[in-house]
Design a binder for this molecule. Structure first.
Ligand SMILES: C[S@@+](CC[C@H](N)C(=O)[O-])C[C@H]1O[C@@H](n2cnc3c(N)ncnc32)[C@H](O)[C@@H]1O
Length: 326
């Protein structure tokens, strides 16, 4: 989406038109009317990152619509805790809805932290940091040594109707400032990275097994499966894996459901509890790793190997298949 050309980040107008669901002519017309500098490179039109806010304000004039956002509970609004005050401020920003967890879901995450008191927490997909603050506030309440390594691409947040309708350049800076104002920075380390790249260098990030991982990153089938397969081997036995957005019929993403059905639901290596969530039932799965899940790894490796291709359907292949499905 963002082309780094010469010294300045540029957005391709064609990409913006697809993302904003408006025609290229319309977007070009707004850019002209706003007297924005269009740059032509190899026959394509680009806009400067520094000018994109003007375009967004013009195309999405209803962004200040009060009905857009989560209802903020009174107890949160009346709290004097720095983390609660910071969350209230964040929930009032239009770009946090609906991608961030709702206050009820956040309260659930915080409660899991208070009850489990994990030491090593990993979060994949923190977005602006709302879920990170809920998790960190729970860790703070336990008074223990729990900390969070939070991984996100931290790409600029730009409108993607009908979901996001607002703009936030530099979400990493925003998340860092928010954690600081919540007085929880000592609990959190942010990593601007693709989760797959981070998973592949997990030993540089963590020296001990993960006690709790919250996966809310790439929600496609391939993305969620990859995150799960890369990170669950590093979860301690007895540790927890929480997946967000598990009900595709509500959230329109099928990755978490696919991962649960394929690897978790019928596996003896995991305990699974599915939780309905409010006010939007995107759902959360709380999964507990019971054993090293050797079969799961073996099954995935076998599927990929030529040997498996050679023996499937044959007596030895059928034996292995029945062993793996136990
Ligand atoms: C639904 S949002 C997370 C919301 C956040 N947990 C909250 O409640 O405030 C999904 C996030 O995942 C991040 N993401 C998507 N694919 C990713 C990947 N492959 N690696 C790292 N982060 C990714 C996106 O940048 C986005 O910020």
């Amino acid at each position: 989406m963002v082309a780094n050309y010469a010294t300045e980040d540029l957005y391709l107008l064609e990409d913006l038109s697809q993302r904003f669901r408006v025609t290229l002519d319309e977007i070009d017309g707004v850019a002209t009317a706003q007297k924005l500098n269009k740059h032509q490179i190899d026959g394509k039109l680009y806009l400067r990152k520094s000018e994109i806010k003007q375009l967004i304000d013009e195309i999405f004039p209803n962004v200040n619509d009060e009905s857009w956002g989560y209802e903020i509970p009174e107890y949160l609004q009346n709290s004097i805790s720095p983390w609660a005050k910071t969350l209230v401020k964040m929930y009032r920003e239009k770009f946090t809805y609906p991608a961030s967890v709702s206050p009820s879901q956040g309260e659930f995450l915080k409660s899991l932290m208070c009850n489990i008191a994990p030491k090593n927490v990993v979060e994949i997909g923190c977005f602006t940091g709302i879920s990170t603050i809920w998790l960190a506030a729970g860790l703070e309440q336990t008074g223990g040594a729990g900390n969070i390594n939070s991984i996100d691409l931290f790409e600029d947040i730009i409108p993607a109707p009908p979901y996001h309708r607002a703009y936030l350049p530099n979400p990493l800076e925003y998340a860092q400032n928010s954690i600081a104002s919540a007085q929880l920075a000592h609990r959190v380390k942010f990593h601007k990275s693709n989760s797959v790249a981070a998973g592949e260098r997990i030993h540089e990030i963590l020296s001990e097994p993960i006690d709790f991982i919250y996966i809310d990153g790439d929600h496609t089938k391939e993305g969620c499966e990859k995150d799960f397969m890369l990170f669950y081997p590093h979860v301690a036995i007895g540790g927890y894996i929480v997946l967000h957005d598990i009900y595709p019929e509500y959230c329109n993403w099928d990755g978490p459901r696919y991962t649960i059905d394929k690897y978790i639901k019928n596996s003896p290596h995991f305990e699974l509890m599915e939780v309905q969530t409010s006010p939007v039932n995107y759902g959360m799965a709380v999964i507990r790793k019971l054993s090293r899940a050797k079969n799961l790894e073996l099954r995935t490796k076998l599927k990929k190997t030529v040997i498996w291709q050679g023996i499937k359907g044959k007596p030895l292949g059928n034996f292995i298949k029945s062993y793996l499905s136990k």
